[in-house]
Design a protein around this ligand. Structure first.
Ligand code: MN
Length: 130
């Protein structure tokens, strides 16, 4: 089964880069341009992983993560913040908001797909296994 990845990202170039880097790995990719659309799509699609931009219009990624975490059917789905915020505390803020981890922007083409696979693998591994 090909994992479904929901990408919540308002920047078309970043969305395109994610598509180019992940498509060869056989993921089913879905894109949302803002948080409210992302929330709707997440509930319907029940993706295996959510990649979440933090700098989004209207509702920022922290707010989106908090709301995603309130959706019962998404329990256990990793939410990975994709963020260029370099300020100390921003990663902690992402984790506090419910994110499982983060990937740094600018996206590194050499390592991005492996980072995504790692978050997916960690989520799908049975509990208790290393
Ligand atoms: Mn953005």
């Amino acid at each position: 089964m090909n994992p479904t990845v929901l990408v919540i990202e308002d920047n078309a170039q970043n969305a395109y880069l994610v598509q180019v880097l992940l498509q060869p790995h056989g993921y089913r990719l879905e894109f949302a341009e803002d948080g409210s659309r992302g929330l709707q799509m997440a509930e319907v699609l029940r993706p295996d992983l959510i990649l979440l931009d933090i700098q989004l219009p209207t509702m920022d990624g922290y707010g989106v993560a908090q709301r995603l975490r309130q959706i019962e059917v998404l329990r256990g789905v990793p939410i990975v913040a994709v963020t260029s915020y370099a300020m100390p505390g921003d990663r902690e803020k992402a984790i506090e908001a419910g994110c499982s981890g983060y990937i740094e922007k600018p996206i590194a083409p050499e390592t991005f797909a492996a980072q995504v696979a790692e978050f997916l693998g960690a989520a799908q591994r049975p509990e208790g296994e290393a």
